[in-house]
Design a protein. Sequence first.
Length: 391
Amino acid sequence: MSNSATDRDTVPETLWAARGRHTGPAPEEVVRRTLRRRKESGDIDDFAEPAVPGDGDTDAPGPHVFEARWRAGGAVTVRARMTLLPRTGRPEGCEWRLVAEAERPWDESWPSPATLFWPEGGAPQDSGWDHHPTVAGVRFRQVNPLPADDKEMRRRLREAAKDAWCVNLVVHEAMTPDERGRLPLAGLLPAGLRHRVVEHRASPQQFRGVNWALKDLGVQVPRGGAVLLPPDPAPKDYGSGDFSVRSVFLDGSEPTELVGALRRFVGLSRPLPRGLGEALTELRDHWTLMTLQEELERERQRVTRYAEALEAMTTSRDLYRQAAEEAHEALAAYREPAPAGLPQQRADARTGSPLQQLTRTFERLRFSPKGAKSGSVPGASSGGGEADRPE
C-alpha cells in the first residue's frame, strides 16, 4: 500500500471510495451487527471500533469510526475505514464515508466494501443506507427518474455532478421499457461498481429536456444511449465523447459497452475529491487494526525515527558547543593587554578618529559667530584703529 506524497494528490489505483447517507435509526448498531456477521462467516478477517480523539468533549454527537480488514481474492490484503458523520441539516440522516485500500490496484470484480459494512437487504431500518449524500430522493442501486420539470431536472443533475465520490450515469430510454428494462442497471455491473454508480433515467419524451439540462455540464446523451457526467474536479484527460454510449439495451442483457466506459472512467488519473484526501490520510496514518508483524514493523520504524532525531540533536549540540568555544576565544583575545609600543597609538586612535575630528569641527562651526571663521577675526586689533571708526 503506497504512502507517497504524490499518491495523495490523485486517486490511487489501489483505492476504493464511496460515501452516502443512512436515514434509519442507530446506524452504528447496523454496521456493528453487520461486521460481526461478516467475521463469523469468514468474509472479513477482523474488525475494530477505535476511539475518535476528542469524542465526548461536547454534548453534540461526534463521528463514529469502524475498521475492517480482509483478503480480496484470497490473497490481497484490504484495509477499510468507515466514518459515520451525524448530519443536522437537510437532507437529514447520517452521512457515511468508506475508503478501502488494497496492496495492489483495485479489481472491480472484488466484493464491494459497502456490502461488508452494510447489509444487502433485510429489515427496513437496514436498507436505508444507500441514499445520495447531498441530493434528496436519489439513491444507489435504484433507478432515479429525472423530474418532469426541466429546471428542476437541471438543478438535480448539477447538484449530483458536484459530488465526485459518486459516478453519475444518465440513461435515456429510446422507448418505454418492459418490466425487465425498468430494473436498475446496477445489478448488471461488476461488484466494485454497484455502490458507486448513481443511475439517472430519462423517459423517451425527455430527450430534448435532458440534453438542455446537460448543456451546462458540457455533455450530451445519445437517443437511447447513456453518458457519464464529468466529476468535479474533472481529470485532465476527460473528454465527453469518450464516455458516452450510443445504445443501451434495457432488456436485462449485460451492457458490455457501458461497463467498458465505466471501467475507463474510474481508471482515469483524477484529482482527489473534496474530503477524500482527509479520509485517505486517516486510513493510512491512524490505522489501529494491525497484525503482530505490522506492530513490530511500526515499532522498528518508530525506533529508527527516534534514532535519527537523537543524532540530529547531538550534531546540533556539538555545533553549538564549537561556536561557543570560538566566541570565548575571540573575546579573550580582544581583552588581552596590548604590547608596550601600542597603548599611545590605541589612545590616539580612540580619541582622534576621523569621525570624532569631523564632529568636533562641526561643533566649532556651529557655535562660532555668523560669518566668522575659526582663528583670528579680521579688523580686530589692540589699538582699535579702523575697527572703532563709525561706518
